[in-house]
Design a protein around this ligand. Structure first.
Ligand code: GLN
Length: 204
């Protein structure tokens, strides 16, 4: 099992550190052909307008879309979530349109409005114990405005807004699990990556 982390912009190093902690082989992905050598891809947080531009310049858009459609697991965190959306509330960035979700960028305001929140997340491994909340860090975070029929909300804020969603082999979180010491969401993603969804990309 080898996991790629898109390493053109944003906090890819933090994702890699967590994957190493889980003893997973990882690859910093900057070239399209590197995607052939991974079982799954994480698109990290950062700045989605820059990420979008760099993905175009590095010719990474189509290969990422193809791997997702082939059933490989793809996880977007924060700016990465924005990139996975079908539509966002503004013209820039241009999302990859892989998940049937509509997303609003900077939904909670400016940098100063960043916050931390304990969340109940569906499907995390509890090791047979009572489920523990996940301490989620939101930094100029997006929110899911529209959840398509095939998309499952895994976690929502108290007001009902979805902040973690899954569609088959695709996972998106509005917050930054790579900035905590909690490895459960990375483990959840590894489980998705271990069982490819098949060419429709809609399994699970
Ligand atoms: N606000 C950023 C954007 O719109 C996302 C922030 C983040 O990834 N922490 O791209």
């Amino acid at each position: 099992m080898r996991i790629g982390v898109l390493a053109v912009q944003g906090d890819f190093a933090e994702h890699i550190a967590i994957l190493r902690k889980l003893n997973v082989e990882c690859l910093e992905v900057r070239l399209p052909e590197q995607l052939d050598d991974v079982n799954g891809l994480i698109i990290p947080g950062g700045e989605s307008t820059t990420l979008s531009r760099l993905m175009s310049i590095y010719n990474l858009r189509e290969p990422v879309q193809a791997m997702a459609r082939d059933g490989k697991a793809v996880w977007g965190t924060c700016a990465g979530m924005i990139m996975l959306a079908s539509e966002i509330t503004e013209a820039d960035p241009v999302p990859l349109q892989l998940m049937d979700i509509g997303v609003r960028r900077n939904a909670f305001g400016r940098q100063i409005d960043s916050f931390e929140q304990d969340l109940d997340i569906d499907g995390l491994d509890t090791n047979g114990l009572e489920p523990e909340p996940f301490h989620a860090i939101f930094i100029r975070a997006p929110v899911v405005m529209r959840v398509g029929d095939k998309v499952k909300t895994l976690a929502a804020l108290a007001d009902g807004q979805s902040v973690a969603v899954r569609q088959g082999n695709l996972l998106a979180t509005a917050f930054h699990p790579e900035l905590t010491s909690d490895t459960r969401l990375h483990q959840y993603f590894l489980n998705l990556a271990a069982v490819p969804a098949g060419p429709s990309g809609q399994g699970g």
